[in-house]
Structure formats: C-alpha cells, structure tokens
Design a protein around this ligand. Sequence first.
Ligand code: TMP
Length: 215
Amino acid sequence: MTPTHPSTYGKLIVFEGIDGTGKSTQIKGLADYLTGHGYSVTLLREPTDGPHGRRIRQLATAGLDGISAEEECELFRLDRVEDVARNIRPALERGDIVLLDRYYFSTMAYQGARGLDMDQIRRANEAFAPIPDRVLYLDLAPEASIERIRSGRGETPNLFERREFLETVRANYQSFGGDGWIPIDASRSREEVLREIIQALEASDLWTAPSLDAK
Ligand code: TMP
C-alpha cells in the first residue's frame, strides 16, 4: 500500500461498535501501519474534547439517565457540528486519512436504542457531516465486550441493564449496511482483527477511488 494521490482530498475512515470492542486499539494499530507506509494520518474521536464533548462526558459520569434521549441526541449533534468544522473537514482538505473513533452511526445505534428514529438521526447528521468513505464496524457480543472492559480497563460496568441496552445497540448496528460498510468479527485476537481490517481496506479500492465526500 503506497500513497497514490498525496495531493488530493483525504479519506474518512470511521470505526464503530459497542463499548469494549477494541476500537481505540485497532485505530492505533491502523494508524501505525498507515504512517509506516507514508500516509499522513489524523486521529479523532467523538465525543470530542470540545465544550459539548466535555459536557457529554460529565453527564455520562453523573449518569446519562438525567437527560432525555432528545437532549442527548442534540448534544452529540452539536459536538459533531464542531468536530466537522474544526477537525474533520480541515484534515480532509489537507489530504489526510482521518481515522475517526465513533460518528453519527453511534448516535443512530445508541440514541436509537433509547427510542429515537434512526433514519431521522441519519438525515439530520448527513445534512452537515461528510459521508465516510469506509465504516469498519467491529462486531462483538455484549457479554464479551463487558468482560473486556472489566478485565482490560479495570472498570466494573454494572449491570444486567447495561448488557440489555448494548444488545439493542448491537442489533441496531447489525441492521446497518450499504456503501463502504465493512463488518469485522471482533471476537478474535487484536493481531487477527488488525490483519483483517488492513486486508478489507486494501481489497476495497479505497486508495484509488474518489472520496465519497469530495464535491
Ligand atoms: P466512548 O466510550 O467511545 O468514548 O464513547 C462514550 C459513550 O458515548 C459510548 O457509550 C457511546 C456513547 N455515544 C452515544 O451514545 N452517541 C453518540 O453519538 C456517540 C458519539 C457516543
């Protein structure tokens, strides 16, 4: 894999999946691989470290149950509006490969699991947010993802309730598809998952295809 059009518009690659599927580990692995092959890579995540993202994290620590699904959805949208303007578009305009940890598919899957209409969320987001070139969806059963969080991060995600919620979020993700959507079985070792991600990207002509968002 070598850079083909270093001066053209960049590529937007999104990682999605329920909590504990290894998204951030895989993003680091892919970033190292791409950087080693001469690509310029920008790493981003949502919620961001901007004012709306910080507010979301504060609320999450206090328990997101305190706000309605609509308010939650709006906070994620506002955070994304800022992320697109300040970080995502400028990086794409520089020609970078942007690796983004969560995007509007998270809002569809999670706030959809709280009862909101997923198509409406997609439309509201695609009105301002660039359509990603590829979405790597890391699929894992909630039992396994909760166990990874417990053993890996030393957190003890309570609850039966959380597991039930994540089952719904996963079912939402599994209902998505279409252009650029790449499901990855995340139950295997991190090395195997990274190998599959790299193979899937190489097989998908990403490097030569025009960006989906380039106008
Ligand atoms: P993180 O653990 O990946 O940083 O994400 C924080 C939590 O926020 C995670 O449980 C997923 C959730 N989330 C949403 O509910 N909607 C969204 O739009 C985003 C980006 C994240």
